[in-house]
Every structure is written in C-alpha cells, then in structure tokens.
Write a protein that binds this ligand. Structure first.
Ligand SMILES: Cc1cc2nc3c(=O)[nH]c(=O)nc-3n(C[C@H](O)[C@H](O)[C@H](O)COP(=O)(O)O)c2cc1C
Ligand code: SF4
Ligand code: SF4
Length: 250
C-alpha cells in the first residue's frame, strides 16, 4: 500500500506513521518530494492520500499532485485529512480529482487534531492528541475491510489559495532573523531564499506555515493575517524538524 502524505507541522505525518504501523507493509511517500516529478505513475493496488485541511478544503499541493497521477488499473483509494474543526467539501474534492483520473474514492475520513493556523484550546490539543491512536486504529480497520462509500454532492469552486500558490497571508521574516536557513529547508515550494543572511519569502506560497512554526528565532509572521499573526508555535510532539526537512529529500 502506498500512502502519499503532506504535513507542515506533523499532525498528518504522525497520522500516516500510525496508519502504516496499523496496516503494515505501507510505503510512505512525502508529496513535498514530488514537486519536480512530472507524471506520477501509481502502480499499487491500494493507495491513500493524507493531508491537512486549509480554508475548509484541500491544499493546492495535493490538487496539483493528484492531477499529475496516472494509475494502473483500479486501486482501492482512500483519503484521510487532519483538521482542527471544519473539513468542508474536501472529500468531494478528492473524489472529483480522482474521477478526472478515471478513478474512484472509496473511503474518506477526517481526524480532528490541534490547529496550526487558528489556535486550538489547550483542552482540544490534549484531547485530540490523546484520541489520535484510537481514531487512526478505527480508520485502519475500515481500510482493512476495504469499506466503500459514495461521495456525491455540489462541489464549490476552490478558494484562490486552493487553486494556486499565493502568499496572501504575507509570510515575512522580521529583523530578528538569524539567517539559519531552517525555513529554506522546510519550505515545500522552495519559496524562501537567504539574501544577505536574511530570509526573503516569495509569492509562491501554500500558506502551510511550516516556516512560521519551525523558525528557531520565531522571526516569521503573517503580515496580512487577521488572526494568529504571531500565534504560539506548534508541532506534533512525535515529529521533529528533521522529519519535516526529510519530506523534501526522499
Ligand atoms: C492555512 C491553513 C488553513 C487552515 N484551515 C483550516 C480549516 O479550514 N479547518 C480546519 O479545521 N483546520 C484548518 N487548518 C488547521 C490544519 O488543517 C490542522 O492543524 C492540520 O492538522 C495541520 O496538519 P499538519 O500538522 O500535518 O501540517 C488550517 C491550517 C492552515 C495552515
Ligand atoms: S528559519 Fe527563521 S531565523 Fe532561520 S533563516 Fe528562516 S526566518 Fe531566519
Ligand atoms: S513560504 Fe512558508 S508558508 Fe509558504 S509554502 Fe513555504 S514554508 Fe509554507
């Protein structure tokens, strides 16, 4: 089984790892490592997509990756999203994308996890992390049984950020940047470069917040954001900076 995943602060990566442990024999494929791959050939007979929810929908990087996929035959395909409180029509979105590739989405499940954009309450952080292993086990059971559901309904147009990469939150590094390059290493879009030892963030942004949460100097902020401009930093307790950097390299 192949698990394609994207994760900026580790909620989805830890979920993918737990699912792989439950199901056994899974290959984890970080979507951030596929940015320079043209057509992606999928040959396995069971395939999962795991990703966070952005603005009630699927992140652009998932849309652009699935759109480049060609599948052998008709694999069993499922999706798992992690989100704070609202996952919107993201299942329908995945179903729609797969239909255009001649495939069917069989199962879609959401997992409530700590928010990395708007903050979760301390209680939600504690409870969602505690519930994660049990929730993943329940999803694994459904996948093992090859459960299938129908995904139909009205699908709205994706938001501008769901349709492309745009720095609409104004990700910016302030004068406290120490030029360490961590943000360059974690950015899945290669959208950050060091100029005179200062991080310059370009327009090609997913708003994934990896740079924001992993910067050791907390120098990155959201200059255009209404909420959370400098919110406390978050990452999943079982995921390290090295894990996120490795997503681009595999
Ligand atoms: C730009 C952005 C937008 C988000 N929008 C939503 C949302 O609409 N609904 C929601 O429940 N969570 C939302 N979240 C929270 C994430 O989906 C959630 O924290 C997720 O588990 C993060 O996954 P990761 O740690 O694997 O990156 C958003 C996060 C980001 C960065
Ligand atoms: S991670 Fe932070 S301190 Fe390091 S280069 Fe980027 S903005 Fe500067
Ligand atoms: S600039 Fe920051 S928020 Fe934008 S894609 Fe890169 S890591 Fe994510």
């Amino acid at each position: 089984m192949e698990l394609y995943y994207f994760s900026a602060t580790g909620n989805t990566l830890s979920t993918a790892r737990m699912l792989a442990d439950e199901l056994g024999g899974c290959k984890l494929i970080p979507i951030a490592s596929l940015s320079k791959t043209g057509t992606i050939h999928v040959t396995d007979d069971a395939v999962g997509f795991l990703y966070p929810i952005y603005y009630g929908d699927m992140p652009y990087i998932i849309r652009s990756t699935v759109s480049r996929m060609e599948f052998d035959g008709e694999p069993y395909i499922f999706g798992v999203c992690t989100y704070r409180g609202y996952m919107g029509p993201s299942g329908l979105r995945l179903h729609d994308l797969l239909s255009k590739r001649g495939q069917k989405l069989s199962l879609y499940q959401g997992l409530s996890m700590p928010g990395n954009s708007r903050e979760s309450t301390a209680e939600h952080v504690r409870e969602s992390l505690a519930a994660q292993p049990g929730n993943v086990k329940a999803i694994a059971d459904r996948i093992r049984r090859r459960e299938s559901e129908e995904y139909t309904g009205e699908l709205p147009e994706p938001s501008p950020v769901g349709n492309g990469a745009v720095n609409f939150r104004g990700m910016t590094a302030d004068e406290t940047c120490i030029g360490c390059g961590t943000c360059v290493s974690v950015c899945p879009m290669d959208n950050i470069r060091l100029v005179n030892s200062h991080a310059e963030i370009g327009p090609n942004c997913l708003t994934c917040l990896a740079c924001f949460h992993w910067c050791p100097a907390e120098a990155i902020y959201m200059s255009q954001s209404d909420v959370g401009q400098r919110r406390p930093k978050y990452h999943h307790p079982n995921v390290t900076l090295a894990d996120i950097i490795a997503e681009k390299q595999q």
